[in-house]
Design a protein around this ligand. Structure first.
Ligand SMILES: C[S@@+](CC[C@H](N)C(=O)[O-])C[C@H]1O[C@@H](n2cnc3c(N)ncnc32)[C@H](O)[C@@H]1O
Length: 429
């Protein structure tokens, strides 16, 4: 049966929502994927994420090919042309099909009169592709990052910034977290083999397995029964470092969509977990994830800066604060971050993280453990944040994760390794 939608126009709409309306792909894509066939879900993702990955390059090509850029109400066709060029360079879709489908996107977007223009630009690109690609390498910032972000990464990592930036521009590996309440990682590896899915285990994280080739979740053995969760191996380090125990009361703050809430409960299923997040929509996903894994926690919407509103007088044995951050450690998974974040956001985030830490510290019991985590690679949000907290709080000491000079574990993204992450573990004296 022929599709009743045009996938390229859906991709162009998503890109418009990101670049012109400031929405994130991870919010938009799941809903758009509901409208397309299973076969097209992966392609929609590839087109949208791919365009974000190489945006400055596509922008440069269009500038070379068109005298005047499409603006205002026609801006969406600018993004449709990007989708077309992206397919010609980066996918194996036969050029004639990529062109025809992209041009037909104009009909779907109710501007059939623009078909000729779009067709002309794409054909001109096709004719000059090799020359344009070569010239682009000399003309555009080959790192494909905004200047402010590149400068911050270079300043923080004078030796390794180039590796970080290269990794950010690659496609991410797919990591699984095996639910050890059902199987050991080794047992699950056997189930994967039986399903013809190649994977390898990780020596430093007991539940982590990396798929050699990413695949849709519905082909993973027992996904619906909660045998396994998609979670990067660095993210798995948070609950491991928290080291929750059965019987303890645990606060998972900034919990949505619940990746770490469920991990805490897989490690300590008889712990009493309170999961809090400020975002009502995202909180729904915590509940869905708990349900899929058949785990139980109290889940509430709340602001981490105002714990008296949701914690009453309760104190916790352990707190995981997975703080809102720049997400600069997960750019390869969310390449739209490069264009959504602004330099000024970083200072705002540092204040928000510090405010949440201050507010929550009194809610940790004496001898209790707090793990502060971010998926950022910027020192302002990580080591400097914890240093300044330790200076203000003489009853806080570091345990296991370093010295005052270097008060946490900073992971930088690695090609087939984990995402960029930071964790520090504090104990209350
Ligand atoms: C890094 S994400 C959390 C990921 C989650 N821990 C997991 O493992 O699935 C950060 C979260 O902080 C939440 N957040 C932002 N500001 C907050 C605040 N003031 N209080 C509580 N949550 C907040 C966001 O809604 C977002 O869900």
């Amino acid at each position: 049966m022929k599709n009743t939608y045009n996938l390229r126009s859906i991709a162009a709409k998503a890109i418009t929502q990101v670049l012109d309306q400031g929405q994130s792909l991870s919010t938009i894509i799941p809903e758009l994927q509901q409208r397309v066939s299973d076969k097209d879900k992966a392609l929609l993702q590839e087109l949208c994420f791919g365009v974000m990955r190489v945006l400055p390059q596509l922008e440069w090509f269009i500038n070379q090919l068109m005298a005047k850029p499409l603006k205002g109400k026609q801006r969406i066709f600018h993004y449709l042309i990007m989708v077309g060029i992206y397919q010609l360079i980066y996918t194996r879709i036969p050029a004639h099909a990529a062109l025809a489908e992209t041009v037909n996107g104009a009909i779907d977007l109710k501007r059939p009169q623009l078909k000729g223009l779009i067709n002309g630009v794409l054909r001109q690109f096709q004719r000059q592709q090799q020359e344009l690609v070569e010239r682009a390498n000399n003309h555009i910032n080959q790192y494909l990052h905004p200047k402010w972000l590149l400068e911050r990464i270079q300043k923080a990592y004078p030796q390794s910034w180039q590796n970080i930036v290269d990794t950010n521009n690659q496609k991410p590996p797919m990591w699984l977290r095996v639910n050890q309440l059902h199987h050991t990682a080794n047992e699950y590896l056997t189930l994967l083999k039986e399903a013809n899915i190649e994977a390898e285990l990780d020596t430093s994280h007991p539940s982590a397995a990396r798929l050699l080739t990413p695949c849709p979740v519905n082909v993973l053995p027992g996904f619906d029964q909660g045998w396994v969760t998609i979670q990067d191996r660095s993210a798995q380090g948070c609950a491991e470092l928290l080291n929750p125990c059965n019987g303890e009361s645990i606060l998972d703050l900034c919990a949505a969509p619940g990746g770490k809430t469920t991990h805490i409960l897989e490690i300590a299923p008889k712990s009493k977990v309170l999961a809090i997040d400020i975002d009502t929509q995202r909180i729904k996903r915590v509940k869905e994830n708990l349900q899929r894994l058949n785990l139980h926690a109290v889940v509430k919407t709340g602001d981490g800066r105002l714990p008296h509103e949701w914690a009453a007088d309760e104190q916790f044995d352990r707190i995981l604060l997975d703080a809102p951050c720049s997400a600069t450690g997960v750019i390869r998974r969310h390449p739209d971050i490069k264009w959504l974040r602004r330099n000024e956001d970083i200072d705002q985030l540092v204040i928000l993280q510090s405010d949440i830490l201050e507010a929550i510290w009194p809610y940790l019991k004496k001898n209790g453990t707090l793990v502060y985590a971010t998926c950022s690679i910027l020192p302002e949000e990580n080591s400097e944040q914890i240093q300044s907290f330790l200076e203000r709080h003489t009853d806080a000491t570091l345990s296991e994760t370093g010295t005052l000079e270097n008060p946490g574990i900073q992971i930088i993204p690695e090609a087939i390794g984990g995402d960029g992450f930071f964790y520090a573990r504090l104990t209350k004296q």
